[in-house]
Design a binder for this molecule. Structure first.
Ligand code: HGY
Ligand code: MN
Ligand code: MN
Length: 425
């Protein structure tokens, strides 16, 4: 190890400063959540709340001396120059858009943890060969515009800028019009030039690390994700006078599909399949009218690509049976599909070695959730650092929690990984 690297080895982030940043960002888009009776966070992508979050964080980037720029899909990139700025940067980042019932950590730990890395390197006058860049990716959650990791997928070239701009939310508002409204269409082209490495720190959002007492998760990859949006059309009719045989209930059809998904998961025929019906909109949604329309979303997850595709095909086959039985029509659109992702050995090994050097218990773990790192893995050596959650790692719920020390442990590991890769020729 060079003297510089030995010096950096002893550098640790400022845990209180990181926690204060997480707390302050957690106030943006805060709402009182009736289910948990806690303050939750709601910063749907490209909403005014999401932009307010950016208006808080981007000045923090600038105050840390970073050169901030935006790409065509509104992804934020903030650059800390290196000794040789002709070299590709190491990028660390995540997202600050949230689901509608979020906590303070999902995505924000990776973005504000990256900022804490920069602040700490500045405090200790650590220079790196390569530039280090922070990234805030647009619409990671996918729950407003219907496909997840949108900004990083456009950055990595999986989704075109044109297709991304055309996506619309449930009110028919498009990504493009929101980007234009907020002035977020930047000069940097997409797809982006491949970074040298990409590393992301994120809460696990599940129970495994907490149950095993592990302090760090060395993430091996991301399971497959496949989303359907089903539009079911029946016929509105009087609930009192219409005989059962003459009914065409969209709600009955949607409910049969929902039960079928539960049977598919529990059957064991599709390996470790998970299925969720998150959106269940019906119309006219009134007590004495047989429903004429239902729109439901199906979120499949599976570590096995063949099994998730088979589940998707079997869902569609079952929809045809339901059409027959209920006298409805069902149309399906696949709105998201990412096969399983494997992270890079060199990044996993670095995360593991740093955790071991720091005496942090750790294990390898596949991610159940999708992440921007899953997109970046297509264009550069990529990996993730997980930190454990509490309360069975609950997430997408205001109960989401991790401790100040757990967050600091993860970001200390992130810092060392970023410096190691930024000092590679
Ligand atoms: O859907 C996911 O796994 C992520 O939270 N966007
Ligand atoms: Mn996330
Ligand atoms: Mn999420």
């Amino acid at each position: 190890m060079t003297i510089e690297q030995q010096r950096t080895e002893t550098v640790r982030i400022d845990q209180e400063r990181l926690w204060a940043s997480l707390t302050e960002l957690g106030e943006v888009g805060a709402y009182f959540d009736a289910e948990t009776e806690l303050m939750g966070v709601r910063r749907l992508a490209l909403s005014d709340e999401d932009i307010a979050g950016r208006h808080l964080v981007v000045p923090w980037f600038e105050k840390a001396g970073l050169e901030v720029s935006f790409d065509r899909i509104g992804n934020v990139r903030a650059r800390r120059p290196g000794l040789d700025n002709t070299l590709a940067p190491v990028v660390i980042g995540s997202h600050i858009d949230s689901v509608a019932t979020a906590g303070r950590f999902d995505g924000c730990l990776g973005v504000l943890g990256g900022l804490e890395v920069i602040r700490t390197l500045n405090d200790h006058q650590v220079e790196t060969l390569r530039p280090i860049e922070l990234a805030i990716w647009t619409e990671e959650e996918g729950c407003r515009f219907g496909t997840d990791m949108l900004g990083s997928a456009v950055a990595a070239g999986r989704i075109s800028e044109v297709d991304a701009r055309a996506l619309t939310d449930a009110q028919g508002i498009s990504v493009g019009s929101e980007l234009d409204r907020h002035g977020l269409v930047g000069d940097r082209p997409v797809p982006v030039a491949p970074p040298a490495h990409y590393v992301e720190c994120h809460i696990e959002q599940g129970p495994i690390l907490e149950a095993g007492g592990y302090e760090i998760g060395v993430v091996t990859g991301v399971q497959a994700i496949l989303w359907h949006r089903l539009t079911i059309r029946g016929r509105a009719a009087h609930a009192g006078t219409t005989p059962d045989a003459l009914r065409h209930s969209a709600v009955l059809a949607a409910s049969l599909v929902t039960v079928k998904l539960d049977e598919m998961v529990k059957s064991g025929d599709y390996g470790a399949l998970l299925a969720n019906v998150g959106r269940f909109d019906t119309s006219p949604n009134l007590v004495n009218i047989v429903a004429s329309e239902a729109i439901i979303t199906v979120d499949f997850r599976n570590p096995d690509e063949e099994a998730i595709q088979r589940a998707s095909a079997d869902l569609l086959a079952y929809c045809w049976e339901v059409e027959e039985r209920c006298g409805v029509t069902i149309s399906s659109e696949i709105t998201a599909h990412t096969p399983p992702v494997e992270f890079y050995d060199e990044v996993m090994d670095e995360v593991e070695q740093v955790a071991n050097r720091f005496g942090l218990s750790n294990r390898r773990i596949m991610s159940g959730a999708g992440h921007d790192a899953g997109e970046m893995a297509a264009i550069c050596p990529t990996g993730m650092v997980f930190v454990p959650g509490r309360y069975d790692g609950i997430s997408h719920n205001p109960r989401e929690y991790s401790t100040p020390k757990a967050c600091a442990d993860g970001i200390n590991v992130l810092l060392q990984c970023a410096v190691t890769f930024a000092n590679q020729e």
